[in-house]
Design a protein around this ligand. Sequence first.
Ligand code: FMN
Length: 164
Amino acid sequence: MDSIFKRVSVRNFEPRQVEAEKIEKILRAGMAAPSAGNQQPWEFYVVTNPQVIKELAEASQYSGCAAKAPVVIVPVCKKECWMPEYADIDLSYACENMWLEADALGLGTVVLAITPFDDRKENVKKALNLPDDVYAYGLMPVGYPAAVRPQQDRYDPARVHYVI
Ligand SMILES: Cc1cc2nc3c(=O)[nH]c(=O)nc-3n(C[C@H](O)[C@H](O)[C@H](O)COP(=O)(O)O)c2cc1C
């Protein structure tokens, strides 16, 4: 799969909107992710309101690039689920699926960490007026990349241990 090796973090975007069908494809990819016991502890907020995007971009000192995106997807995690100890891991699989799908669609994104920081979670909760039964996992600004950048080859044979 090309996107596994081609995907990069995209933090600068062209000033144009993303088609709704492409956003739905990204969301479908997220919801196709595996989860512990198939618990699917996720929901997704799709934000295009410029004022709310600005507030999200200020949610952490490392989320400023979100301000330049035409849309920000915010995966949130349900607190009540079958196996909550696995829920953040489940969310990370969903985000990786979305990241790869965005790349395959010619779009770019990045995961901006919200969990596990309580102050960042609170900032996103306020910006989105989230209900108490979910918390924000991360921010995914999505848009057409302003520049194309090659990915590194990270294969390192020294990190592989064959047991024969
Ligand atoms: C769990 C996680 C949290 C991240 N948080 C941030 C973040 O807060 N801000 C940011 O600019 N990039 C963030 N990133 C992106 C990483 O910096 C990036 O994936 C890494 O430098 C490798 O670059 P690449 O994605 O282009 O391969 C995060 C990535 C992951 C997987």
